[in-house]
Design a protein around this ligand. Sequence first.
Ligand code: FES
Length: 79
Amino acid sequence: MTRLVELEGTGPCKLDTSDIDDEKGDVAVCRCGLSESFPFCDGSHRRTDGESDDETYVYEEGRREVLERVVTSDELDEE
Ligand code: FES
């Protein structure tokens, strides 16, 4: 599976000791792209349960949609 996500960061996030979870004693970095507190995991990855390996998904307004096709600007110019 793949997932389209929108990220606004333009540089690295430097982690330090204040990022360590007091209860768990670790730092969890989001790899799914859905966290509201990106780059840290907030549990939003649970929404990806059931994704199929051969689909691409978009998550918007609490819903999961299967992406049918990506149209590039070059393709739009050809139409
Ligand atoms: S891995 Fe993305 S929210 Fe947990």
